[in-house]
Design a protein around this ligand. Structure first.
Ligand code: C5P
Length: 200
């Protein structure tokens, strides 16, 4: 039974200032690094790109882009792993950890890292409450899913900042595995400089 990856790279880079997936990083590009790791860890990879860039064309939101990618995954696949191209420092070991957790019985598995900042809920500039960070994790990609669980979660056309949220909303079981501190998400030009430093 096969494991497919969907690498989503169809964002416009609004916070970066331009489409960041094509920026160079350590002799290649952000996108190519993510594709290379996904290819090493999975049997096949679907790449979701902005219109006109080849691959599968993305949608207006990240969830729409994942749905377009899902349409290209064969129905007999066992597991699908969704990865943000914007996390190019991911390792094959992290892909393996989430895949193994789904093989062990969960509908979905996500990498999470402890939160070191104190997190407050706010309304404008007013603080409403301080959350207990011992109960919180910051969640990354790659996120692995039983294919049928992800398809069901996306069937309603919902929108969320990650796919596990849709599986949670559909009543599926989601587990957390230890994430990687170096698996940063490149959102701003500063993040790209941090990634370059981590590679050097
Ligand atoms: O927007 P956000 O930072 O959450 O994007 C995470 C990942 O999803 C990025 O790799 C981005 O290229 C991708 N994305 C997409 N289609 C969109 C928006 C984001 O593939 N419409």
């Amino acid at each position: 039974l096969s494991v497919w990856a969907i690498v989503v790279a169809a964002g416009s880079g609004s916070r970066f200032g331009r489409p960041k997936q094509f920026e160079s990083l350590g002799g290649t590009t952000i996108l190519q690094r993510s594709i290379d790791v996904a290819s090493r860890a999975c049997d096949d990879v679907v790449v979701v790109l902005p219109a006109g860039e080849g691959g599968v064309t993305g949608g207006a939101t990240r969830s729409d882009s994942v749905r377009n990618g899902l349409a290209a995954v064969p129905h007999d696949a066992e597991i699908v792993v969704v990865h943000d191209a914007a996390r190019p420092l991911v390792t094959p070991a992290l892909f393996k950890a989430v895949i193994d957790a789904v093989r062990a019985g969960a509908d979905a598995a996500v990498p999470g890292v402890a939160v070191s900042d104190t997190i407050k809920r706010i309304d404008g500039e007013r603080v409403l409450e301080t959350l207990d960070r011992a109960e919180l994790v910051a969640v990354q990609t790659p996120q692995a899913f039983r294919l049928d669980a992800l398809r069901r979660a996306h069937a309603s056309g919902g929108d969320a900042t990650d796919d596990a949220a849709l599986v949670e909303a559909a009543g599926g079981s989601v587990v957390v595995v230890p994430g990687e501190a170096t698996n940063i998400k490149i959102t701003t030009p500063d993040d790209l400089r941090v990634a370059e430093a981590l590679l050097s």
